[in-house]
Design a protein around this ligand. Structure first.
Ligand code: ATP
Length: 336
């Protein structure tokens, strides 16, 4: 049985329940996951400060694969600190229709949003020039553009699909021009994978009208941020999705990856067996894809989808199951 070490970053609120669910499902897999826990709860962060982050980041880099549960953003923002310290350059958000979740969208969607994790307009808060003008700096760099593009093409290769890059290259000719130039260069190394570029506004309309034309989409930072959340709106849920962050070596190979459910700490329902572990389980599925356990990953993606479709779901999405019952349902489906 193949074995993988996974650093487990425990947080606040529903974090413990999500972790229990992940462990219960990990026990059903045909590979072994050895978890190395790190307590990133608010209490422990206050107690140990930077030493705790140094320990977490050291373990994340050593073992290269981590799963992180929600952490409260209080005196510090663990997400920002981990992103900076681990040099995460790319964020991946898969968004797919979940049958059985109500939404206002008539079609089905199945896209992977791959975005540069840094730069764009997000690094600079801008500056007022007198009363009536404000400016901010927009940065696009070759290296993270290359990492995002390479990640997108590798993902498309794995999925047997194509890549669309999206930006405003006709308007932002220098910045988005550089981004598209790098993507086109990377595309040359993948002659078997179709690549087309689209203007970001046209892409938003295209996704709504013809979602079947989109699979892997690569964008600069802010566009990817807008797209991930709006696509989640199309599937009827911001909280059911997962996200992953990646750091790279010079050649564009992943050196450190972190997988996390998109939702928050949900303190109002913590410890009550009420939380929905779907996003945490989809994070685990994406982690399995990353380490090469493709069949287990597909099975673990399909299990919550089929359970939800058949009405075996938690209360937040109109079902009756508690966290433990839903987890047991997923385990039963994986065994079958
Ligand atoms: P944070 O500050 O960590 O973002 P929050 O409570 O402000 O916490 P969320 O955690 O996103 O924000 O919660 C928003 C609402 O969604 C809450 O009512 C919460 O109970 C619910 N919720 C969030 N995550 C889940 C989940 N996994 N299962 C069920 N309900 C959830």
């Amino acid at each position: 049985m193949k074995s993988y070490t996974v650093v487990e970053l425990l947080g606040d609120g529903i974090s413990d329940e999500l972790s229990q669910s992940v462990h219960a499902i990990a026990a059903e897999l045909p590979c072994r996951l050895v978890f190395v826990p790190v307590d990133l709860s608010d209490d422990n962060r206050r107690r140990r400060g930077r030493a705790l982050y140094a320990e977490a980041v050291g373990l994340m880099k050593e073992h290269t694969v981590s799963i992180k549960y929600p952490t409260a953003t209080t005196a510090d923002s663990p997400n920002k600190i981990l992103r900076d310290e681990c040099d995460f350059a790319v964020i991946h958000r898969p968004v797919a229709t979940i049958p059985g979740i109500e939404n206002n969208f008539k079609k089905t969607i199945d896209i992977d949003v791959v975005r540069i994790a840094t730069g764009g307009t997000y690094e600079d808060p801008g500056k007022r020039l007198g009363d009536d003008i404000a400016v901010s700096l927009r940065v696009i760099e070759r290296k993270p553009s290359f990492y995002a593009a390479r990640f997108a093409f590798e993902l498309a290769k794995q999925r047997g699909t194509h890549v669309v890059s999206a930006s405003k290259y006709t308007i932002q000719q220098a910045t988005d021009g550089l981004f598209e130039e790098v993507v086109a260069d990377v595309a040359k190394g993948y002659p078997q994978i179709t690549h087309r570029k689209e203007l970001f506004d046209a892409l938003l309309a295209g996704i709504i009208m013809k979602p079947e034309k989109y699979a892997v989409i690569v964008t600069p930072n802010e566009y990817g941020d807008f797209l991930s959340d709006s696509a989640c709106g199309l599937i009827g849920s911001i909280g059911l999705g997962d996200s992953s962050s990646y750091a790279f070596d010079e050649a564009g190979n992943v050196t450190c990856a972190m997988f996390d459910p998109a939702g928050g700490t949900a303190p109002d329902i913590a410890g009550k067996d009420l939380c929905n572990p779907t996003a945490a389980l989809l994070s685990l599925a994406n982690l399995l894809r990353h380490v090469g356990e493709l069949q287990s990953s597909a099975n673990l993606t399909n299990a919550p989808y089929s359970a939800i479709k058949e009405g075996r779901k938690t209360r937040d999405i109109g079902g009756t199951l508690g966290t433990k019952e839903f987890t047991a349902e997923i385990a039963r489906r994986l065994r079958a």
